[in-house]
Design a protein around this ligand. Structure first.
Ligand SMILES: CC(C)(COP(=O)(O)OP(=O)(O)OC[C@H]1O[C@@H](n2cnc3c(N)ncnc32)[C@H](O)[C@@H]1OP(=O)(O)O)[C@@H](O)C(=O)NCCC(=O)NCCS
Length: 191
């Protein structure tokens, strides 16, 4: 199965394309995106786009990562949302929990893009595999306790705050940050 496209009102969540290179590099010029990245905090280049898109395609095929570009109504790049680590191991175990990460370009912030994309991608993640979803039971969302905007996104998309992890991740500033663990279960009420 190809990685699907997901619509969320005027937004389209779709697999990354080679032609996104310019917009992706421009997005990563934003210090806030780099500051709060939990993975891949290295500034991408136009040259690195082709292998990165191919890597995403391969990871989707293997099972374990679904990376989406968030496209605006005007077809511009509004952001990124990725589900990862939902792969099953060799024994077929695991695959019940995914982790989600996202960022929104500065011009598209403050109008609910991240919560809308998160709600839509979560709905798809919880759908049964036979219905075209991922069939996971739980999606986790981690953010630095200093990232109040991301905490608000989690709340708006129905991700409950389950606790605080102490010095659990070293962010781009080189410091170890405490993080909030939020999560949604497949059985949680739809927000
Ligand atoms: C955080 C981010 C994803 C929010 O995306 P968005 O599409 O603008 O989300 P929203 O439109 O819902 O707006 C953010 C919410 O957080 C609130 N918020 C933002 N900054 C805040 C701050 N410093 N303190 C308190 N609340 C804040 C806003 O008021 C808004 O809540 P409201 O709708 O109740 O007023 C976006 O700003 C971003 O990409 N930031 C940089 C990268 C990043 O932080 N990624 C997440 C890593 S875990």
């Amino acid at each position: 199965m190809n990685q699907p496209e997901i619509t969320a009102g005027p937004l389209l969540l779709r697999p990354w394309r080679h032609t996104d290179a310019g917009a992706l590099v421009a997005a990563w010029a934003d210090p806030e995106i780099r500051r709060w990245a939990r993975y891949g905090a290295v500034l991408p280049s136009v040259e690195s786009m082709e292998p990165w898109v191919s890597w995403n395609e391969e990871q989707w095929r293997i099972g374990g990562r679904a990376a989406f570009a968030i496209q605006d109504a005007d077809a511009g790049l509004a952001g990124s949302i990725t589900l990862r680590d939902f792969g099953k191991d060799a024994k077929g175990d695991g695959g019940d929990t995914a982790e989600v990460g996202y960022w929104i370009v500065p011009r598209a912030r403050g109008r609910g893009v991240a919560p809308a994309a998160l709600t839509a991608v979560s709905r798809w993640a919880f759908e049964r595999e036979e219905d075209g979803g991922l069939g996971v039971r739980r999606v986790e969302l981690l953010h630095s306790v200093e990232n109040l905007g991301s905490c608000r996104v989690a709340q708006k998309a129905g991700y409950l705050h389950e606790g605080t992890l102490r010095e659990s991740f070293r962010y781009a500033d080189g410091a170890w940050h405490d993080e909030h663990m939020h999560a949604r279960l497949w059985s949680d009420p739809v927000s």
